[in-house]
Design a protein. Sequence first.
Length: 232
Amino acid sequence: MVRKKLNAKRHLVALILTLAFFTIGILIGSMVTNQRIDYLQGASSQQNIDFESLQTQYLYVSLMKDNNSCQVVEETFKANVENLEDTRKQLEEFIKKSQINQEAYTLLKREYVIAQFRYWLLAESTKEVCNRDLVTLFYFFSNPQNCDDCNNQGIILTYLKKIFNDKLLIFSFDAELENEPIIPILKKVYNVTEFPTIILENERYNGLQEKDMLFEQICEHFENEYQECNSS
């Protein structure tokens, strides 16, 4: 009888401990998820503030048409594009490592897409005002399950970005993010129907594009000659 009571107590304690560990696991997971979402929301807010600052600088440069001011804006623009790229990498890592709130994640992706597009608009505007010699590239990708070559295309573009640095601006768009209106608009404007698709200075390239071909096309769009284009 005593042994049965002891066994019952052991089972009860084991059950309580199991429930406790399970509950703690859920709480920890929830905390990690919230921390990640908070981080991404903070990064998104920072991007918005940085962009507003860049817009103000651009208006000033447009008014003054001062080459020295253009140089300052160039440096600020470069730093903010790098921050945008860091945010993109964080988004990718977070979705790989944990299950986060899908609604919050989708909202953050929308904000990131909008931030990218605004940076592109600003880049195109400063091309003329500040005589910037750079190449812009849109990269439309899809879910890896629906796009066998998207991962390889991303690796190639990352390689090219390292070569050309701030002379090449790459803007990546998740083509499946249909609830962000700018995505369907861009897909329609550029007639994007398959993935991966690259829009290099308004020229469309469907399917996986090899490194050497992209390298050559990028160099052809520069107005000046650069050392990067003399070596592959």
